[in-house]
Design a protein around this ligand. Structure first.
Ligand code: ADP
Length: 492
């Protein structure tokens, strides 16, 4: 990390998931690595997260620093302080056995059923974040200048800061995915001690419900998205999920900052999950990783077979239903597929049926598996990501870093990070992947065929495109600097 900026302000980074403590998706990756990058730039950063059992079990040096009172429903909770061993970033944890210490995920139980008290669980998270920056903070020795909120789970924070906590700190809400907004019955207003006066179209009301995300967008001092393209897209009907009008009104204030990747976690040179490490200048190890992946996945070990990879939530957003009708054509041209993911049951079943019908050619693993996700990322030739919308996307960035050329739809952060291998871009040295012309099965098949033709027939160009991606600076360096500039502007 090369940022050397003296701007010793306090930042409270509020998130419902943080890698490596707890992760369901890209939000955790960002919440793990951005605070660490900001800390390196000289900021005094603390994360605030709910005390899920997994979090309590993994943090070192945990100690109580305050008792939180006047909270909705539970009245009291403990505020703990610990440290993430890997990054040395300080983390404040809300310890409430009643709210957070349960078997299951951060948002849902073991059967995928959303916790019914999520408005309370994340209302309390938002309330505590606001209290810590407010007039009557329970912490005497640490008060943030900036409160950086992330997604709907923290959306009430800016509202509490302005309406009930008399906070002088500046607030930011980062939008990682507009599809999730946290809309609940207005009965929660009373439970969460939110003023009814702001339950209106100008406030946190959305079609008769209390919207956590809208509260964040209305009351935050600044709004960011996780890519520049997504900042534009969410101001349109197709991507705004009903909030496009409100977002367009604040359009000139929305700043898109492309996510970086944690290069200590995602680096083929040092990745401990790979049987052989490799780099842009010595890529031969990638062949060994491919063979090992084929072997462990039950695929025919064949260096010449174009190996396609997928690591993803299996939902409509990710567009993987478009891959299903392509598979026969791809198998006919000698491709193999390795897929790791979970989500919609019908999609899971269709991919599993395909794998059963095509032993040695298609491998499907349903579930969440961190080591395998690294091996897929490294061992494949191509990474398929035909998302219908993608606020940033991290997997295509991992693909670039690992010489696994991404095949993407031109949306959000995918459009901002993948440059199509057309003749012009190959010639000027900018090509780093393949971009579909639209989100359809036909366009996906055509795009993969184009990539496969290059893989089979022009290894020199293929290597050049791999090198282009692998030598990009995909780290947080530049993006953290942009957040820093935003913090400075807000404070000044
Ligand atoms: P999103 O947050 O929308 O799911 P992103 O591409 O931003 O998508 O980030 C997804 C993150 O979750 C990546 O780090 C990816 O490797 C990881 N991931 C997704 N599904 C799995 C899985 N089944 N096993 C392991 N990691 C996964």
């Amino acid at each position: 990390m090369s940022l050397k900026v003296l701007f010793a302000k306090k930042v409270l980074f509020v998130s419902s998931e943080v890698f490596p403590l707890i992760k369901t998706g890209g939000l955790a990756d960002v919440s793990g690595s951005l605070p660490s990058a900001l800390k390196h730039s000289g900021l005094d950063v603390r994360i605030l997260i709910p005390g899920y059992t997994a979090v309590l079990n993994q943090l070192s040096e945990l100690r109580t620093i305050a008792t939180l009172t006047n909270l909705p429903v539970i009245e009291k909770a403990e505020l703990l302080l610990g440290i993430i061993t890997e990054t040395q970033v300080k983390v404040m944890v809300i310890k409430s056995a009643h709210l957070y210490e349960r078997e299951g995920g951060p948002y849902a139980d073991m059967n995928g059923q959303e916790w019914l008290d999520n408005p309370l669980r994340f209302g309390v998270l938002s309330k505590v974040a606001a209290m810590l920056s407010g007039e009557h903070s329970p912490l005497a020795d640490w008060k943030p200048d900036i409160v950086h909120c992330n997604d709907w789970q923290t959306g009430l924070t800016p509202a509490y800061m302005k309406l009930t906590e008399k906070s002088e700190a500046k607030s930011i809400i980062s939008l990682h995915n507009m599809a999730f907004q946290g809309c609940y019955s207005p009965a929660w207003l009373t439970t969460l001690n939110l003023p009814h006066t702001h339950f209106s179209i100008e406030g946190y009301e959305y079609h008769g419900q209390l919207s956590f995300l809208k509260a964040g967008i209305v009351f935050a001092d600044a709004i960011t998205t996780v890519s520049p393209r997504y900042a534009q897209e969410i101001q349109t009907v197709a991507f705004g999920f009903g909030l496009e009008g409100l977002l367009a009104k604040r359009g000139h204030e929305i700043k898109g900052i492309l996510n970086g990747i944690e290069t200590s976690e995602w680096n083929p040179k040092t990745d401990p999950y790979l049987c052989k490490n490799y780099s842009a200048s010595n890529i031969t190890g990638k062949q060994k990783v491919k063979a090992a992946l084929q072997l462990v996945s039950g695929l025919n070990v064949d260096a010449d077979a174009p190996l396609l990879g997928v690591v993803s939530r299996l939902t409509h957003q990710k567009g993987l239903d478009l891959l299903l009708p392509c598979m026969q054509g791809l198998l006919d041209s000698g491709c193999q597929l390795v897929l790791l993911g979970s989500g919609e049951k019908d999609l899971e079943q269709e991919f599993m049926a395909l794998a059963e019908a095509n032993p040695g050619k298609i491998s499907v693993t349903i579930g969440y598996n961190e080591p395998l996700s690294h091996q897929v990322m490294a061992g494949c030739d191509l990474f398929v990501m035909p998302s219908r919308f993608e606020p940033c996307g991290l997997n295509q960035l991992y693909g670039l870093a690992y010489g696994t050329l991404p095949i993407v739809n031109a949306t959000g952060g995918l459009a901002d990070s993948v440059i199509d291998a057309d003749l012009h871009n190959i010639k000027d040295g900018s090509a780093n992947g393949f971009v579909m012309i639209e989100a359809s099965a036909e366009a996906l098949l055509a795009c993969i065929h184009r990539a496969v033709a290059l893989f089979k027939n022009d290894k020199t160009t293929w290597r050049k495109i791999q090198k282009n991606g692998m030598s990009q600076n995909l780290s947080w360096d530049n993006s953290a600097l942009e957040y820093l500039e935003l913090y400075k502007t807000l404070i000044s």
